[in-house]
Design a binder for this molecule. Structure first.
Ligand code: TRP
Length: 343
């Protein structure tokens, strides 16, 4: 069976974009067809200015929402990155394979470091090395496929490069993974700025539907979505990004094709109304399940404990093999030492 790995970063509340673009596919498709791991990548949340209590809260919430979205711990492994030491262990080794130039070429690093400096802040070293940690996340598990959005494709490409380079230099150790950008997944854009994606890290609330928004808040946000000049409802992502985004969201929530759906609407108002209701309905079961899970925090903790244990057992042999291959002296356990002495 194929090994699949993906992660969510607890830097903000999860959004409709995360759900329709990724989580829903993980639950409906990936966990059934593959040996899949889904990880709350909390170490990655420390690469920019952060509040410890908030990261902790968002990590627990992200894990709970992954389960609420339908990930089933009997089918896949759900865990928190920092609970498994192998990620950090492997990351260091991969830093010895990656180059400084390669890191500085990463688009996300360039964008985020510029933004950080513009705000007068300092850029954490971990922001530069973050793609190496992400490569470690992927390579530690012998991952074949990494289902992520397009914005992460360059990072998965780096993981491929590092795996191939390591294997070439030190002997075959890693599976060389590939990105799978899910065909059916929607690319949900910000309702107020339909040319940029509905990300969770930017805190501008009105254009972002959060998974835990109350139905009335969702309705308000969708009804206030910016539309384009013109009146007819046509699907044209280039010329009419606002309307196209609503059609995409509606199609993703209710089934169907955005271009076909456009024919059914005579006004933007009617389209917004149906889109709002479709979003409310799609999120209703997720929110219900989330409420149930919050009422039973012991269950979520148990899932995460069990997930970390399974993940550790999967990652350990690969990371140990990488340590040996690159020239680190194996640590001998007490029991082995006794056996060696008796030989
Ligand atoms: N960098 C990813 C993001 O920002 C999150 C992530 C970290 C990830 N490690 C990963 C995704 C490994 C897939 C596989 O969305």
């Amino acid at each position: 069976m194929k090994r699949v790995f993906s992660g969510v970063k607890p830097t903000g509340h999860l959004t409709l974009g995360n759900y329709l673009g990724a989580m829903r596919q993980w639950a409906a498709v990936d966990q059934h067809r593959a040996d899949a791991l889904f990880c709350v990548v909390d170490l990655h949340a420390l690469t920019v200015d952060h509040d410890p209590a908030r990261v902790r809260r968002l990590s627990r919430q992200a894990a709970t929402l992954l389960l609420a979205a339908g990930l089933d711990p009997r089918l896949c492994t759900v865990f928190v990155q920092s609970h498994v030491d192998e990620h950090a262990r492997l990351s260091y080794v991969l830093e010895c394979v990656a180059t400084d130039g390669e890191m500085r070429r990463m688009i996300q690093y360039k964008e985020k470091s510029v933004r950080e400096r513009e705000r007068g802040g300092s850029v954490r070293l971990s922001l530069l090395t973050y793609p190496v940690l992400m490569a470690a996340d992927i390579l530690a598990y012998g991952t074949d496929e990494v289902p992520v959005g397009e914005d992460q494709a360059q990072h998965v490409e780096l993981a491929r490069d590092l795996a191939a380079r390591f294997n070439h230099r030190y002997g075959r150790t890693f599976v060389v993974p590939r990105t799978t950008v899910p065909k059916v997944a929607a690319r949900v854009m910000n309702l107020q700025e339909p040319t940029s994606k509905m990300g969770k890290s930017d805190d501008s609330g009105p254009g972002i539907v959060y998974l835990l928004d109350e139905p009335d808040v969702i309705r308000k946000k969708v009804m206030r979505a910016v539309t384009d000049s013109g009146r007819e409802v046509v699907y044209d992502p280039e010329a009419r990004p606002g309307v196209a985004n609503l059609l995409e969201i509606l199609a993703a929530c209710s089934g169907g094709d955005p271009a076909d759906l456009s024919g059914a609407y005579a006004s933007y108002g009617a389209l917004k109304k149906d889109t709002a209701e479709a979003v409310v309905e799609v999120l209703r079961p997720v929110q219900e399940r989330h409420r149930e899970l919050c009422a039973d925090p012991g269950h979520v903790e148990e899932v995460l404990r069990d997930g970390a244990e399974r993940a550790r057992a999967m990652a350990r042999p690969t990371v140990d093999a990488a340590y040996r291959a690159i020239g680190l002296l194996p640590a001998v356990s007490g029991a082995e030492a006794v056996l060696n002495a008796a030989r």
